[in-house]
Design a protein around this ligand. Structure first.
Ligand SMILES: [Cu+2]
Length: 127
């Protein structure tokens, strides 16, 4: 009898911790303000933010001829600069935006030239 009680308590604890874990995961996955990708379907117009020294989403899938609008939500200036020299926003002031049109298919990796510690991000242009 004591064994069954123990088993019930044990099972209850497992279910409870599983529920808490599930709730925790669901919460972080529903954090739509900071997605890591825009999804895999290319879009004609995408928006991105620069916040907490990070580009978000880190990967954007764009149709050829599409535009990306970046908004600087930090309290300091940033840049959106193609690592291969294709485009460069210059300093984007606090709350300012930068728009770039990607005419040609390809993979474009960009960085912030002010903050070398910031992770690069990517715009993948294609159908
Ligand atoms: Cu920066």
């Amino acid at each position: 009898m004591e064994n069954i009680k123990r088993k019930i308590i044990y099972l209850t604890l497992i279910i409870l911790s599983g529920t808490l874990l599930f709730y925790g995961c669901g919460k972080s996955m529903n954090n739509s303000t900071n997605p890591t990708t825009s999804g895999t379907t290319p879009v004609a117009a995408a928006s991105a933010t620069i916040q907490n020294f990070a580009f978000s989403p880190a990967v954007i899938h764009l149709l050829p001829g599409g535009t990306v609008t970046w908004t600087n939500k930090d309290a300091t200036a940033h840049t959106v600069t193609d690592v291969n020299g294709g485009f460069d926003s210059g300093n984007i002031a606090v709350d300012a935006t930068f728009v770039h049109t990607f005419a040609t298919a390809g993979t474009y990796t960009y960085k912030c030239t002010i903050h070398s510690m910031m992770a690069t991000a990517t715009v993948i242009v294609g159908n």
